[in-house]
Write a protein that binds this ligand. Sequence first.
Ligand SMILES: *Cc1c(COP(=O)(O)O)cnc(C)c1O
Length: 357
Amino acid sequence: MQIKVITVSDNERKSKPEDESALRFGELFTDHMFLMSWNDKEGWQDAQIKKFEPLQLSPAAIVLHYANEIFEGLKAYKTPENHIILFRPRKNFERLNNSAERMVLPQVDIDFVLKALKKLILIEKDWVPSSPGTSLYIRPTMIGVDPFIGVRPPSQVLFFIILSPVGPYFPDGFKPVNILVETKYVRAVGEGGTGDAKCGGNYAGSLKASTLAKKKGYAQVLWLDSKKKYVEEVGTMNMVFVFEDEVVTAPLDGSILPGITRDSILTICRDWGYNVSERKLTITEVVKGIKNGTLIEAFGCGTAAIITPTGSLNYKNNDYVINNGEIGGLTQKLYDYLTGIQYGLIPDEYEWTERVI
Ligand SMILES: *Cc1c(COP(=O)(O)O)cnc(C)c1O
């Protein structure tokens, strides 16, 4: 399939941010987007790069009623040599296809969408920020658009990619945050649910808990499983607990979003000689570990914030402070190493990065 390119005229271009250090997360979008459509008779068609502008949808469009939506999130980074690199982009499109499978949406051709993404970034290369902590956030999205108010798999679908120059996810920078262990609401229901799909509805359903937590002064919630026994994720990140003799994260059992940052961190920790377990971990075990000093670090991990150290957990109205509320040694080392690879500051021994230019 050819990709038709219609660039906007110079006077239609938005002005680039003057002060990159003031960039927030996800507020600003570039001049162009990639778009293609699908229907169940002809498959994918009309691949194009065009102006970033509002979509035209019927108010009956199926996504607006039943949330037939999946998305991805990855980043392009500017290196000191002014190359633009992507971090494990194929993994994101593989995961998009897994989410599509779960939500009865069509599969994309990974080579093709990666080519389209690179073409789009090349056109928007001046939008990739270069100040420390900044990057170009990439949001591939797929929605069902049939103008039909009945519950059935979409027969008309749109796939698009939009780009957003972003600053650090947490404006205060890399520092520990306080987390509320959520004991009423759950994010996912375990095997058979949609917890392992990056589908919009999961996030709408999570906002009640995070809103209440923020009101109480916590940055995010730590999700437990549907029986409120095992730890799962933190906000929209995977969660890692560092014990004296073991690095533990929840297993990919259907409830957990299989994070690419998670996978990268587990790989690095194993290579660094840590005893890494993907296993069920009870909140009781976590609290006990903090109390007796065997749990020494905890952090969330995901593309948006990369690594977010946990300063304390509040469980059933008790605050449990981890590592005196300071960034742990392994947490800091992982952050430096992973962001070093992502920004092209250190050798990429894993061949995780892919150059756009
Ligand atoms: C996207 C996401 C993650 C992190 O995945 P990455 O591939 O590392 O960005 C973790 N949990 C949830 C719920 C997510 O949506």
